[in-house]
Write a protein that binds this ligand. Sequence first.
Ligand code: PMV
Length: 331
Amino acid sequence: MSARKRASATACSNIAFIKYWGKRDFDWNVPLNDSISMNLSAAVTTTTVEWDPELAQDEIYLEGERVLDERGLRISRYLDRIRNDWYRMGARVASVNSFPAGTGIASSASGFAALASAAIAAFQEDKPDEIEMTRWARRGSGSACRSIQSGFVEWTAGSNDEGSVSQQFCPPEHWDLTDLVVLVSRSPKLISSSQGHRIAVAHPFMEERQKLLPSRILALKGALAKRDFQTFGEIVEHEAMEVQAIMMSGQPSAFYMQPGTVALIHAVRSWREEGGLPVYFTLDAGPNMHVLCESRYAPEVRRCIEKLVPRAEILENRAGPGTTVHDEHLF
Ligand code: PMV
């Protein structure tokens, strides 16, 4: 019987400028459309995985606590995919986030990128190539594939598991952008993104959205390549509102915005339109605001946010690194 094998990995979460909302294949998380994101340097997950032949069942610790609920089951079911392919033994998994739990920051992207990378590195001496790692991360949680490479990343939808992969569009140093994530509410969301993806595919606007996306994606890539912040911001904000419209008018309706979100939307627009500050926003499947600006404006944008929301909890992110495998184990 082989010995225990252990590895650790650290991954950033990411924010999508063009969103993944709706799947073509629910088993393999193959999306309906391509998407583009930026890694979030301050929203990081570190995970250690140890495959242990003596373990009859997985032991999973999140933020130091053993979990036996749905979160643990999801991780075990994911590890089954790796076990089915290669290995039959239990795993000890520990995972911690750099950002507070239950704040609605997408921990599934950083979580599954780190889990996939640690679980596979612990098993294999030869690291699979980066593209193959994006497949493994995506099988855990779709958006996780965009956290494998650094900086600005494009996920090509593809039509099946093999073809659905992500690739770096430009490295972090290409453009010094900041995403100030304003934590608006800590209440758990009523409709998970897994449910949301199912509701979305039945939405009558979805067909039209799919027709509009290819030219929007091209325009966004052009703005990113040219560092044209105004064009970039207009596309990203419009995309966010389109996806929110689909979410809130679905059946059942997912209404993620809270009063604090709406106040910030109006404020960002007035800082821009009346104050001349180059700032835009995007939203995810949750109430938190992602306030986007070029980093040289970040101190001023931060002051504006703090004036509006005096005790605001803000997570300040630049374009972050890709997932790394390392030996700083959590146990
Ligand atoms: O990876 P999932 O299944 O949690 O879906 C995430 C979807 C959004 O965060 C709303 C958009 C995106 O592209 O990340």
